[in-house]
Design a protein around this ligand. Structure first.
Ligand code: DGL
Length: 283
């Protein structure tokens, strides 16, 4: 029987901190261990194989730290790596542990977010090309029309703290315009990338408040709450001392400085060298 451990929260960099914030707000009792693969960010422009490989390495690193449940708080990793990890890797290396993503919890609610059935999705190139959102939304809400737009410049704008500057509006407008050209009736837009909640205010201003923009954090937290209620054995494997630990594959000091923007409070981070981590399979 595995020992209870912190809930692992993984992202390619800082973006997943917006999801972690919602998780700690809704489920504060649990221990959380965040891992940002800042040394290899961005994932959004990389191939399926690369995103899968990087994500699996990070999941194994979180398992090695004692996590029994890992949330891929990254849309790109959820779109490109989650299914392979769940179906091919977990049965072999850790049959009792679980890895969950952020796309499914969002798409389960997607049809309830739009009033008129015209929904937009904004995400990285990788997430959009995977078609994960339209495919998943069609399963739950087949009559909802989904249009997507990849916004490759938005993550760098946020990462460089330029997202509220005058230059940012050019790129925000460019992709909003391209999305609305596909479907002018869109009344709700899923922010399908963990960095985009930081752009929400500007996006609302640029569309004069006529479009609802949906950040995922709260949806993911609500769905995780329900998941843990439905799976008491997994809930018992998530330790509850209210602790938060932050790891980055890059420089810890730089991570601490930037993390505040995404997490809203000061944190202490540690460097994690993936080359030194060895996960011994449970099975
Ligand atoms: N966190 C990623 C996502 O949610 C975006 C950042 C990246 O491209 O690595 O899709």
């Amino acid at each position: 029987m595995n020992k209870a451990g912190p809930i692992g929260v993984f992202d390619s960099g800082y973006g997943g901190l917006t999801v972690l914030k919602a998780l700690t707000t809704h489920l504060p009792q649990y221990d959380y261990l965040y891992l940002g693969d800042n040394a290899r960010v961005p994932y959004g422009t990389r191939s399926f194989e690369t995103v899968y490989q990087y994500t699996l390495e990070c999941v194994e690193a979180l398992f090695a730290q004692g996590c029994q449940l890992v949330i891929l708080a990254c849309n790109t990793a959820s779109a490109k790596a989650l299914r392979s990890i769940q179906q091919n890797d977990l049965p072999k290396i850790a049959p009792q542990r679980r890895v969950l993503g952020v796309i499914r919890p969002t798409t389960e609610e997607a049809g309830l977010l739009t009033q008129n059935g015209h929904l937009g999705v904004l995400g990285t190139t990788g997430t959009v090309l995977s078609n994960s959102y339209p495919i998943e939304i069609a399963k739950f809400f087949p009559t909802v029309k989904v249009s997507q737009e990849a916004c490759p410049m938005w993550v760098p704008l946020v990462e460089n703290n330029e997202h509220l500057g005058p230059g940012a509006d050019y790129f925000l407008s460019k992709h909003l315009h391209a999305l609305l050209q596909q479907d002018a009736n869109i009344d709700a837009v899923i922010l399908g990338c963990t960095h985009y909640p930081l752009l929400q205010g500007r996006l609302e201003a640029l569309t004069a408040g006529k479009i609802k923009f949906i950040a995922q954090g709260t949806l993911v937290a609500q769905k995780l709450t329900q998941y843990l209620e439905r799976h008491p054995k997994m809930a018992a494997l998530c330790s509850t001392n209210g602790s938060r630990q932050f790891y980055t594959t890059d420089d810890a000091q730089v991570f601490e400085e930037k993390a505040r923007l995404f997490y809203g409070e000061n944190i202490q981070a540690q460097h994690l060298d993936l080359n030194t981590i060895r996960f011994t399979p449970d099975a």
